[in-house]
Design a binder for this molecule. Structure first.
Ligand code: SME
Length: 151
């Protein structure tokens, strides 16, 4: 399945218009992205709440770990390197944090605020192997840029 990212971005931009509260924006993005594709089984944010530390934010799906240090998991790798992580097989990723035994693949993007401030990471997990492509990375990065790049 393919997400129509330009349309998704436009919908989210209109919902988010005028809002600057990070949590309100994250809740809206998590909801809209999660329901845009059946590949997405867990969709949500981890926020930087202390140096080197991520704490769970708004999400859709089953429960997630509450705290992830930068040196752990796929989320930690995205926060630490500032680079998008696409993992085709979570079992082959050293240090992957298994919150759901059904997760097979995932994508994690860093979330940047204005002036290059790292706000957190955006994590999508799929029960399907190799569910994510470079197209998803680009489309999701544009959603995140349009919402968080201005706050
Ligand atoms: N994707 C995470 C763990 C899963 S969450 O707690 C939903 C990782 O960084 O390994």
């Amino acid at each position: 399945m393919n997400v129509d990212y330009p349309t998704l971005t436009a919908v989210i931009e209109s919902l988010a218009e005028g809002e600057t509260d990070e949590v309100a924006l994250m809740a809206t993005v998590a909801c809209e992205v999660h329901h845009s594709d059946a590949r997405f089984d867990w969709t949500g944010f981890y926020r930087v709440t202390a140096p080197g530390m991520l704490k769970i934010g708004p999400y859709q799906g089953g429960h997630g770990c509450l705290v992830i240090p930068f040196d752990r998991g796929v989320c930690g790798a995205a926060a630490r390197t500032g680079e998008v992580q696409i993992v085709d097989d979570v079992e082959a990723f050293p240090g992957h944090i298994a919150c759901s035994s059904t997760t097979r693949s995932e994508i994690v993007l860093p979330v940047w605020g204005r002036d290059g401030r790292l706000i957190g990471v955006f994590d999508i997990d799929s029960d399907r192997p190799a569910a994510f492509t470079q197209k998803d990375a680009e489309g999701l990065a544009s959603v995140l840029r349009s919402v968080f790049g201005r706050i």
